[in-house]
Design a binder for this molecule. Structure first.
Ligand code: DGJ
Length: 731
């Protein structure tokens, strides 16, 4: 009898163990139309990445696959590496448990796949059997766009609180002979400067610790070219990625001893240990990435298509051309100034007038940047008739109307600063440093979130004719801290960024149709976290067309042209002294969302005529800028020209922009550009726009697509700042 009982107990033990002992490999393909991420839950339960790249018809072929190098167990890299076990590289996840231990070893529990339209979602549940931490890796695979968005849900399944010390959104394992990293750095008026290097062993980190992303220094995005030592536009394998997060971020690129590259993207853990109480879940932001075997060009087109369809608020829509009051009037205006600018905008054919900074605050009037921020009531000394009067005037003229706010900030010289000193980001006993004469409001505090919501909401109530809000943000955080968070200061940076999103979510529910521009001293807060709520970005305060060539080229590697606000201003202006011709300035601005930012009455008659013509012709092709596929034909980072084109999805129309940025000696002759993305078998009528006399012998004629793509297009661009815009229509 006793023997029988022992037998039953032994059998029961085997049954309980069965899922582990008899487990087989589980291959989990995450696929789009042309790309594939192959994850494998090994017999041990460890989830690993075996492939990310071009699609293989039968991913189960990976069941028998062994990399045979680099790790003790001879298996591939961990799909979501944690501190613990035998892993010693950069972790995606680092948890400190209540007992003080730091080890987490995740094993596969189960996964689920669901399809909704174009998106196939795969959720993989991993668990640490000792601490009961549960990690769900979520992959949304956008079929047509060839883009994968991943985020991670981290659940504290234990009974005691745990601390998340590092908590990346996702990890991407790449395997190639070499890796060329392209990333973006910059500063005020110099955003999105392309930088790059061939990665060597160990870790390269791109990050932000600025709190608010202003006067951008790094952008949360990258491209990795595989097996080559430079970024190629039309050939080679390229992985491009971006983190959808407007707070501190960290991207790390670690080449291990076996030569494999592990890319991690996530919230920057800097001063941001996140406490998870028992039963609580932390959800990371999205890490968006794509694979291309046609170089950076296809990678950009994939990201742009995804952005237009899913990633940018109002992504498919064409936004209006506009005149912004900033560089034309700065803080010095009256109602009369604004009405005359509206008249001029109307007569030039623009479609919106945007009243920038300077319209508000009574007790501490906003006549410069030293006072008034925080006091969002109209300055009746400047506009006694009211905002509604100006907005209605614009509408009566057929223009839309927009207005500027900077709701996250406060000048010490304001009623708000006096009434709510506790709302300012601060740390007890430490100096409240000013930058642009202002302090940052503590967006981690729900009362501040309500206030910021109210600034937008109340501004919208100033007139039913407000169609557009320019949301600015002009300084980074110093001496970070929150009176609201008490002893939980570690939450500051994460709660701050989530605070902005809380407000934007509420605003979008109430104001789904208002166009909102994300400005952060120019292109500071340019990321796919912000773009979920904002229609466009103020690409840079630098409106100098030559500098813009570099900024726009690099911005466009990751972000689509539909978000790129691009304005024509006077020369010289407060950013640079480059005396670029008006035509060059227009031709550059027309490759994004066109606007003007100057005093139109200062234009000569000839300049006005050119402006009118450029604005008129822009309307003929701008749908291509907003919705077409981009093909970059020449890089200003590599030579003396910048050229790009946008092609309609059906390849029946296109617009080509060409710019010369360095004098060509006469011996060089004309440069031949190879158009791209056209139908080789169709004929296209090519018309040069924005000119009296064409710079290309073939303008006004029709040409075969293959002729244009294989070497026939050679407009005369000899002098610095020569430029040309060409419109193509299939016959
Ligand atoms: C910074 C922005 O980038 C400018 O366009 C302008 O709106 C100013 N702020 C206004 O203060």
């Amino acid at each position: 009898m006793k023997y029988l009982q022992q037998m039953v107990a032994a059998l029961a033990a085997v049954a309980l163990l069965a899922p582990d002992v008899w487990a087989r490999k589980t291959v989990i393909p995450v696929e789009t139309e042309h790309t594939q991420l192959v994850l494998v839950a090994q017999e041990s339960g460890v989830l690993q990445t075996l492939h990310f790249g071009a699609k293989i018809s039968d991913p189960t072929a990976f069941e028998a696959f062994r990399t045979g190098r680099g790790t003790d167990n001879g298996e591939g890299p961990m799909a979501y590496p944690t501190v613990g076990g035998r892993y010693l590289g950069q972790p995606a996840l680092h948890v400190k448990y209540a007992d003080g231990y730091h080890n987490t070893e995740l094993t596969y529990e189960r996964h689920m796949v669901q399809r909704k339209g174009d998106i196939v979602t795969t959720e993989i549940l991993l668990k640490d059997k000792v601490t009961l931490l549960e990690v769900t890796l979520v992959f949304d695979a956008y079929q047509k766009e060839d883009v994968i968005c991943t985020h991670t849900e981290i659940l504290n399944g234990g009974r005691k609180p745990a601390e998340l010390l590092e908590y990346a959104s996702g990890s991407l394992n790449l395997d190639a002979d070499k890796y060329y990293l392209t990333h973006f750095h910059g500063g005020w008026a110099d955003e999105m400067q392309m930088d790059g290097e061939l990665l060597t062993h160990d870790t390269k980190v791109i990050e932000s610790r600025r709190g608010t992303q202003v006067t951008q220094c790094n952008n949360p995005s990258f491209l990795v070219s595989l097996g080559t030592d430079r970024l190629q536009e039309n050939s080679g394998e390229v992985v491009a990625g971006a983190l959808a997060w407007s707070g501190n971020f960290r991207l790390s690129f670690e080449m291990d001893e076996a030569g494999r590259l592990n890319v991690l993207a996530g919230v920057n853990p800097f001063a941001s240990t996140y406490k998870l109480s028992a039963g609580q879940t932390f959800t990371t932001p999205d890490f968006i990435y794509t694979f291309s075997c046609r170089g950076a060009g296809q990678a950009s087109r994939n990201l742009h298509a995804w952005a237009r369809n899913y990633g940018v608020y109002g992504g498919g829509q064409v936004n209006p051309t506009l005149l912004n009051s900033w560089e034309g009037a700065y803080f010095s205006f009256t109602t009369e100034t604004l009405l005359r600018m509206i008249d001029d905008a109307t007569s030039m054919g623009l479609e919106m007038f945007v009243l920038d900074d300077g319209w508000f605050a009574k007790d501490y009037p906003r006549n410069g940047d030293a006072a008034g921020l925080g006091d969002w009531e109209l300055n009746t000394a400047k506009i006694p008739e009211g905002i509604d009067y100006v907005a209605a005037y614009a509408h009566a003229k057929g223009l839309k109307f927009g207005i500027w706010i900077e709701p996250e900030m406060v000048n010490p010289e304001s009623n708000l600063a006096h009434n709510h000193p506790e709302w300012v980001v601060q740390s007890p006993g430490r100096e409240l440093y000013q930058s642009r004469n202002q302090w940052v409001l503590d967006m981690s505090n729900p009362a501040v979130q309500d206030f910021v919501f109210g600034v937008f909401d109340n501004t919208m109530k100033l007139s039913k004719n407000i169609d557009y809000i320019k949301w600015d943000c002009n300084r980074t955080v110093a001496n970070f801290g929150s009176t609201y968070l008490g002893t939980e200061q570690d939450r500051f940076y994460v709660d701050y960024a989530q605070g902005i999103y809380n407000v934007m979510r509420r605003l979008r529910e109430k104001y789904p149709d208002v166009i909102v521009q994300c400005c952060s001293s120019g292109g500071g807060r340019v990321d796919y976290g912000a773009l979920k709520y904002f229609n466009e970005i103020w690409t840079s305060d630098n409106t100098d067309a030559l500098t813009r060539v570099f900024i726009q080229y690099a911005t466009n590697l990751i972000y689509p042209a539909c978000v790129m606000a691009s304005h024509v201003s006077a020369v010289p202006n407060h950013q640079t002294g480059n005396m670029t011709p008006l035509k060059f300035r227009f031709d550059v601005a027309c490759s994004g969302r066109l606007g003007m930012e100057l005093q139109p009455k200062n234009l000569t008659a000839a300049e006005r005529a050119l402006a009118d013509r450029c604005i008129r012709s822009y309307k003929q092709y701008r749908d291509l800028v907003f919705t077409g596929d981009v093909y970059r034909l020449a890089s200003p980072y590599e030579g003396d020209y910048y050229a790009l084109m946008y092609v309609s999805q059906d390849q029946s129309r296109a617009v080509v922009f060409t710019y010369c940025i360095k004098y060509q000696n006469r011996a060089v002759g004309t440069h031949v550009f190879r158009m791209d993305g056209l139908d080789p078998a169709r004929r296209y009528k090519v018309t040069e726009l924005n000119v009296d006399r064409s710079s290309w012998w073939g303008s006004g004629q029709s040409h075969a697509g293959d002729f244009l793509m294989n070497g026939g297009f050679n407009p005369v661009l000899l002098k610095t700042f020569d430029s040309g815009v060409f419109y193509l229509e299939a016959e």
